[in-house]
Write a protein that binds this ligand. Structure first.
Ligand SMILES: Nc1nc2c(c(=O)[nH]1)N[C@H]1C(S)=C(S)[C@@H](COP(=O)(O)OP(=O)(O)OC[C@H]3O[C@@H](n4cnc5c(=O)[nH]c(N)nc54)[C@H](O)[C@@H]3O)O[C@H]1N2
Ligand SMILES: Nc1nc2c(c(=O)[nH]1)N[C@H]1C(S)=C(S)[C@@H](COP(=O)(O)OP(=O)(O)OC[C@H]3O[C@@H](n4cnc5c(=O)[nH]c(N)nc54)[C@H](O)[C@@H]3O)O[C@H]1N2
Ligand code: SF4
Ligand SMILES: [Mo]
Length: 898
């Protein structure tokens, strides 16, 4: 008897632990693999950032991996070439430019989405070998004001809080943060802490009423840009009402008197006036802070992205120093990082004005230290150009070769018309990305395919200084290489020594040694306890908070012990702050303030989250929020297409009329770009105005005019293949079985059947029908749906999920064909927008359950399961309860969605 061909395949299961690809919370993720294929993803229970929780983006990480939109080889001028050819080309061209024009004629623009090992190599190559400071990171747009604020106050860029503080505090102030959507796992920890401690108070400070405000006992709906005055007023109040920690001020700080002098004019009345909130709200907030035994100010982009962001950070830090509310459990000024490894970049020197390991670029002793450690031929001795200046210098022809890694500046930098010009002018644009198409890749002379999350191997540091491993789950995508490998290959071809790494563990070892080199306690950033790890110890490294000091494990994670700061005299510094107005002010021509930010289920320029149907179903299209009073003045109705016009550019999107924004102010999400929409890149509306100290761009406060867009014809098209659309306005959504386009035209098309046939080029059974309000066109190929179009002179909304599901049907029934022609979806798809992305629970059943008496999020969860997995939709559920729950009522509305 032979068994060779009949033995059953033995399925091999395994578990891998890694870190989420997205935000700075840095959640641990458990991945189950079956025969080396990732099949299941869960939050890592033992990871101190999330203890098993994940938000909706983390939950859907596996939807974003795979072969869709990837490059399989490097490209030179859009032609596939070998790795050898591409790295030769880049190395030669960089050497040429350096030889002819000097090291400052080349630049790297990198990202907080690189791993520490990648970042370390980029910095070493530019600052130690090319010899220029011209390496900057997209963290310039994100964290640079916070970095400068901490350095001014504490002498070192060190975050003095941890996530546990958020759970221990009696007063949590969220200022300029929409954590419910942007740091959802931390937000859930805050929510739970508040449930456990009924004394805990939450204050949310934002010009926009966000989901985060749901948690607030007090919501301060301040005028945008007025935060420094609010905190100056707080310092004044603490002084006037004897709430200063005089002992702390005397023993551990400098500069109190001059800071105090500056705040004396900020009475509660003056603050109320300047911030445009009621005086009672001001005094209530100040009294709360003064009397609370502990307080955290949790701040993010609403503070940092400002032309006076550093001052705002220091106004916040001043109030904590004056009241001694820091370096104690539940207290401190807590800047939260955005990207997964923004903190790692701050450590290794990703910003053009840093050297590495918290050493200063313009300090000769520090230059010598780093050069001696690297044994490098040269060392940068002055700050390089920061992100905004870098692109100006490219446009001016000063920088002739730029290498962009893991960031999409055509979408994320302000005034993208200027960025476009710069990239068009530049002699050599190299772009490393893990996708094949982006607005920036369009300008690449050389494109390098990088590995993406799930393939990469290295470390990241989260917002509380905790280092975690990102581990590879699968082999690199065919043709892709790790960013550090690509740079090392180019560096070696540029004839530099010091880049012979074969594994990220070797890079980490060198990096850890650098933090220890001649440190002697002078820098808190110290990883000496991680020096000498074997490869296997590195591979199995558990999440660990720095500092990690050799032979002193009791010091792990401890900063500023005994209130000793990193300044020469060990004292923290008060900084006198004069509040400034935003530079981009409104005018008669541009009367609206344009605010911008994030939505719950998309990540930045959507290169990865845009691949997930589940994540694209929460909010399917870009929008501009506008206050009902302004909308009615401009005769704008809900969902009308409107344009926001600025001096630098224009966008067009659907109007969301809502009193979440104040009168005279608008808000638009940052995510959509030319890959998904004709004109929805909000960064195009901002001028390149930056904070003079940090170089961070003022991209929360632009000035725009709002007008109704004069379209005369609207089309909603669904096609099995991607289409090339050139209409005046278009939007694209990638669904799992089809591509969905929304078009709007200034000149109407008349022969609509012909229009659809030529647009798609499809051969099949075409049919068209005119209803009273629209023309319906469809094409069937081999009994399967190939195209659906609904064209009308007013906007129609047809359920994408319904049509998407029909595209998967192998054989369409007569009833389905009829329902298609009349655009009458099956009942399942008429239930409103998807609220819970995990269990696909739509709005209407939730409203029905609320009207039937479910008046808590928990009750909704037990009836419909919504909110019971990642919890990201819980704030939205509680808003629906507020809107629809009336005690004693139990009437059910019938959904009406076309
Ligand atoms: N879902 C999702 N999560 C993310 C990201 C993502 O793309 N998607 N990106 C990550 C990254 S890199 C970052 S940096 C973080 C950002 O995280 P957040 O900073 O929380 O996000 P934003 O939406 O940019 O802005 C926060 C808030 O600042 C408010 N704001 C605007 N102007 C002012 C002002 O003058 N004063 C005050 N007090 N508030 C103001 C805005 O109205 C907004 O609600 O999110 C991270 N998390
Ligand atoms: N108006 C306005 N503008 C803003 C902001 C705002 O609030 N308002 N926020 C700013 C902030 S805080 C940020 S952080 C930026 C974010 O802006 P960007 O950094 O431009 O946005 P991403 O889409 O994250 O770009 C990352 C790119 O790197 C690729 N990528 C991902 N992982 C890897 C990898 O491992 N290797 C390589 N080589 N490529 C990879 C992705 O596919 C993507 O194309 O936007 C900034 N711009
Ligand atoms: S909060 Fe969400 S996006 Fe951020 S790290 Fe955790 S799972 Fe990832
Ligand atoms: Mo960011």
């Amino acid at each position: 008897m032979t068994t060779a061909n009949t033995s059953p395949t033995i399925n091999k299961t395994s578990l891998k632990q890694t870190t989420c690809a997205y935000c700075g919370v840095g959640c641990g993720v458990d991945i189950s693999l079956l025969n080396n294929v990732p099949t299941k993803l869960e939050g890592m229970r033992e990871h101190p950032a999330n203890f098993g929780r994940l938000c909706v983006k983390g939950t859907h990480l596996l939807d974003t991996t795979g072969s869709d939109n990837r490059l399989t080889s490097p490209l030179i001028n859009n032609q596939a070439v070998t790795w050898d050819e591409a790295t030769d080309h880049v190395a030669n061209k960089f050497n040429d430019v350096i030889q002819k024009h000097g090291p400052d004629a080349v630049a790297f623009y990198v990202s907080g989405q690189l791993l520490t090992e990648d970042y370390y190599i980029a910095n070493k190559l530019m600052k130690g070998y090319i010899g220029s400071g011209n390496i900057d990171t997209n963290s310039r747009l994100c964290m640079s004001s916070a970095v400068a604020g901490y350095k001014r106050a504490f002498g070192e860029d060190v975050v003095p809080c941890t996530y546990e503080d958020l759970e221990q505090t009696e007063l949590l102030i969220l200022i300029g943060s929409n954590a419910a959507w942007t740091h959802p796992v931390l937000y859930q920890r805050m929510e739970r802490a508040k449930q456990l401690n009924p004394n805990m108070k939450v204050v949310v400070i934002d010009p926009r009423k966000t989901d985060t405000a749901e948690l607030a006992d007090t919501f301060l709906n301040i005028k945008p840009g007025s935060d420094a005055a609010l905190y100056n007023g707080l310092l004044n109040y603490l002084n006037e009402h004897n709430h200063l920690d005089t002992q702390f001020i005397a023993q551990h700080t400098n500069g109190f008197e001059s800071a105090l002098q500056e705040v004396q004019k900020w009475s509660c009345e003056a603050v109320s006036d300047f911030c445009d909130i009621a005086i009672d709200q001001v005094t209530e907030f100040y009294a709360l802070f003064a009397n609370s035994p502990s307080a955290i100010s949790f701040y993010s982009m609403g503070i940092n992205q400002s032309s006076s962001g550093v001052d705002k950070c220091n106004a916040i830090i001043n109030a904590h120093l004056a009241s001694g509310k820091l370096l104690k459990p539940g207290s401190g000024p807590f800047s939260i990082t955005g990207q997964p490894n923004a903190m790692g970049g701050r450590e290794v020197g990703g910003l053009a004005n840093q050297l590495a390991a918290h050493l200063d670029i313009e300090n000769e002793a520090h230059q010598s230290l780093v050069q001696r450690f690297w044994l490098s031929p040269t060392i940068a001795n002055k700050a390089g150009s920061n992100a905004i200046d870098m692109f100006d210098e490219i446009a001016a022809g000063k920088i002739k070769a730029v290498w962009i890694m893991a960031t999409n500046p055509m979408v994320s930098l302000p005034n993208n018309a200027a960025i476009k010009k710069a990239l068009e002018t530049c002699e050599l644009v190299v772009v490393s990305d893990c996708i094949a198409k982006s607005d920036t890749l369009k300008f690449a002379d050389v494109a390098f395919p990088s590995t993406g999350w799930g393939e990469k191997n290295g470390t990241v540091t989260n917002s509380e200084r905790r280092i975690s491993r990102q581990r590879p789950l699968v082999a690199p995508y065919s043709g892709a290489k790790n960013d550090w490998q690509i740079m090392c290959e180019v560096a070696k071809k540029m004839r530099f020594e010091g880049f012979d790494f074969t594994d990220p563990s070797g890079i980490f070892e060198e990096w850890a040694q650098l933090t220890d080199f001649e440190n002697n306690g002078s820098r808190l950033l110290n990883l000496s306890g991680l020096v000498g790890l074997t490869k296997s110890q590195y591979d199995n490294l558990k999440p660990i908070m720095w500092p990690v000091v050799k032979n002193q494990p009791y010091k792990n994670g401890q900063v500023f012990t005994n209130n000793q700061f990193s300044t020469a005299d060990k004292k923290a510094r008060f900084i006198p702050i004069t509040p400034q107005l935003p530079v981009q002010q409104t005018s008669i021509d541009y009367p609206f303030v344009m605010n911008s930010g994030r939505i719950r289920d998309q990540w930045h320029t959507m290169s990865r989250t845009g691949k997930s149907t589940a994540l694209s179903s929460h909010i399917t299209r870009p929008y501009i929020e506008i206050n009902p009073l302004d909308a009615s003045k401009l005769a704008i109705k809900q969902n009308d297409l409107i344009s926001a016009i600025a001096q630098t550019g224009q966008v067009t999107a659907h109007a969301k009329v809502t009193d979440a924004v104040r009168k005279g102010e608008c808000f638009m999400p940052i995510h959509w770009n030319k890959q998904f929409a004709s004109s929805a890149t909000v960064s195009g509306l901002y001028q390149s105005v930056v904070d003079p100290l940090s170089g961070q761009a003022e991209c929360k406060h632009g000035a725009v005019n709002i007008v109704k867009a004069p379209f005369v014809q609207y089309m909603q098209l669904f096609a099995k293949n991607e289409l090339v659309i050139n209409s005046d306005f278009w939007l694209k959504v990638n669904a799992s079985n089809c591509f969905n386009y929304q078009l709007a035209l200034n000149e109407p098309q008349s022969d609509l059947l012909y229009y659809c046939q030529t647009l798609t080029g499809l051969q099949g059974q075409w049919s068209a029908m005119n209803t009273a309000k629209a023309m319906h066109v469809q094409c069937i190929q081999n009994d399967q749906l190939a195209f659906v179009g609904v064209i009308s002179n007013e906007q129609k909304e047809i359920s994408l999920e319904w049509i998407n599901h029909l595209f998967a049907e192998p054989l369409l029934t007569f009833t389905q064909l009829q329902s298609l022609l009349y655009a009458t979806p099956d009942e399942e798809f008429t239930q409103g927008v998807q609220v819970c992305s995990c269990f696909k629970v739509r709005e209407q059943p939730i409203i029905n359950a609320i009207k039937n008496g479910a008046n808590t999020v928990e009750q909704l969860g037990s009836e419909l399961k919504c909110g019971t997995n990642c919890g990201s939709c819980k704030t939205q559920l509680s808003q629906l309860i507020k809107q629809h729950y009336k005690a004693g009522s139990s009437s059910i509305d019938v959904a009406v969605v076309m």
